[in-house]
Write a protein that binds this ligand. Structure first.
Ligand SMILES: [Zn+2]
Length: 502
């Protein structure tokens, strides 16, 4: 008998629901294993209870990964569905990569399509993208706690450079149990950095070198980068305010510098930016995908204005051979490459069924969130009603009534905004899943109709490189996801001739 592990997880929300329990997951997995010639390895059942799948920081998951690495006898890991493992593409792929490296199969028992076959891997990537979106929606619930913390004056995330996350020895409430305090080693260096920059005699590049020389390191202990210093100098946290979701809040942490010093740094930075050579970043759809057939160098997008006219083009950054290629022309050519991809009927159907499943779970999550908001709204409306009663009965003065209802009306407005946002996110999610279905119908058309951001995702899903020669795309290289589908014996995504370079 082959040996396997079982991994199970429930989030706090799911714990409340039926049918999602850890025990149910384990029971289903072990039954499946028995039917398919596997037995559970000694101590081979792993659990993460009350853990979200939006990151990999879970003891159970970490133990599974360690076991897979250490124990050669393990042949497969069984999960109820891939959501148990991860809810974002990157985590999902990293976990699968580790499994693959140690020749361990991932078996998702409720999604028989998702196995280690090339077809399964491809669908996996598409699905993981949709799962990530759902996680974004549920993730907003957690940010409520963060909001409370921020409003109470406590930073709710990783401490900025010069500070450390620490435990408050004398907490006053739930909100200030974990706080941010100055880092005894780095704080003086950060102060020094602000002083040096505010003197006006350091450009950002020189400051990076200087600070690295002085021994200020990044949060991960590595060398400081220019972007980090830029970010640090811009951060109002150092004079005592916290920037959160676009708004400034007063912080209760110890400031490192005076507001005036910070302000001076902003003025200097703005002045440098204005006359500096900092080019505006333009969106070039194909950046990173185009390569030179002559020298294998990378193509870059560029834009400049001549005699009042704007020119946009791509060109080889290495050999500069051939001329500049017009942007629209190349983008049109890329679109034609999508006509070479075709899906078989079976594959398209599988994709459609999966899409339906995702929409359903997305709707469930959204309904839960809406229900909770509607409950809050009802409670506030009841409070307003009772304030009115009190006013009529003469228990409340007019002033008291106004001050109470003003606050409640404001809360009511916020809830309405959130409700609207929920619907918007839901329809955005559904639209995205509908794209999956469209893709199954006609990839080229779907690509053509997609927004630029989505276009990049499709490009990424299907292609890794386009080779350009004399202004023409002469070959396209398939992405890592699609490559196995082309070479494997049974093609589920059919690809027309001329895909691979000669
Ligand atoms: Zn070149």
């Amino acid at each position: 008998m082959k040996l396997g592990l079982i991994y199970s997880r429930v989030s706090t929300d799911e714990q409340a629901k039926e049918g999602q329990s850890i025990d149910a997951q384990i029971k289903l997995c072990s039954a499946y294993m028995e039917q398919n010639g596997y037995s559970i390895a000694p101590d081979g059942v792993y659990k993460d209870e009350g853990k979200s799948g939006s990151n990999t920081n879970r003891p159970g998951l970490q133990a599974v990964l360690q076991r897979v690495i250490d124990d050669k006898a393990i042949k497969a890991v069984f999960v109820l569905d891939t959501d148990r493992l991860a809810r974002n593409t990157l985590d999902h792929l990293s976990i699968k990569t580790i499994f693959k490296k140690h020749e361990v199969k991932l078996v998702s028992i409720s999604q028989p399509m998702i196995d280690d076959s090339p077809e399964g891997n491809f669908i996996d990537v598409v699905l993981a993208g949709a799962n990530a979106l759902q996680s974004q929606i549920t993730g907003r619930k957690t940010s409520k706690v963060m909001e409370q913390k921020i409003k109470a004056g406590w930073w709710a995330g990783v401490a900025p450079i010069g500070y450390v996350n620490s435990i408050n020895p004398h907490p006053m409430s739930q909100l200030d149990k974990r706080i941010v305090t100055p880092d005894p080693e780095k704080a003086p260096l950060v102060v020094k950095m602000f002083e040096l920059y505010s003197s006006g005699s350091f450009a950002l590049d020189a400051l990076v070198t200087k600070m690295n020389d002085l021994g200020l390191t990044a949060k991960n202990g590595g060398e400081l980068q220019k972007s980090m210093i830029h970010h640090t100098l811009r951060n109002p946290f150092y004079y005592g305010k916290m920037l959160w979701k676009g708004e400034l809040y007063k912080g209760k942490h110890v400031p490192l510098i005076e507001y005036d010093t910070w302000l001076l740094c902003q003025k200097i930075m703005n002045a440098h930016n204005q006359n500096g050579s900092r080019k505006r970043k333009h969106n070039f759809l194909l950046n990173g995908f185009l390569y030179c057939e002559d020298c294998q160098g990378r193509y870059f997008g560029e834009q400049h204005v001549k005699n009042g006219k704007t020119y946009r083009h791509y060109h080889c950054g290495t050999c500069k051979r051939g001329t500049y290629v017009d942007i629209d022309e190349l983008e049109k050519q890329v679109e034609k490459w999508f006509s070479k991809v075709e899906m078989t009927e079976k594959y398209a159907n599988d994709l459609r069924n999966k899409a339906k499943e995702i929409v359903e779970s997305l709707r469930d999550t959204t309904n839960d969130e809406r229900q909770s908001l509607v409950n809050q709204r009802t409670a506030i409306e009841a409070k307003i009603q009772s304030a009115e009663d009190n006013l009529l009965e003469g228990t409340f003065t007019k002033e008291k009534y106004h001050s109470i209802t003003a606050r409640l009306e404001k809360d009511l407005g916020e809830i309405e905004t959130k409700l609207a946002q929920t619907s918007k996110n839901y329809s955005k999610g559904v639209k995205r899943v509908e794209r999956l279905v469209d893709m199954a119908e006609n990839i080229q058309q779907t690509y053509h109709d997609a927004e630029p951001e989505m276009k990049r995702e499709y490009l990424d899903l299907f292609f890794s490189k386009f080779m350009v020669k004399d202004g023409k795309i002469v070959a396209a290289l398939p992405s890592e996801y699609i490559k196995p589908l082309i070479t494997s014996g049974k093609l589920t995504v059919r690809v027309r001739n001329g895909w691979l370079p000669g």
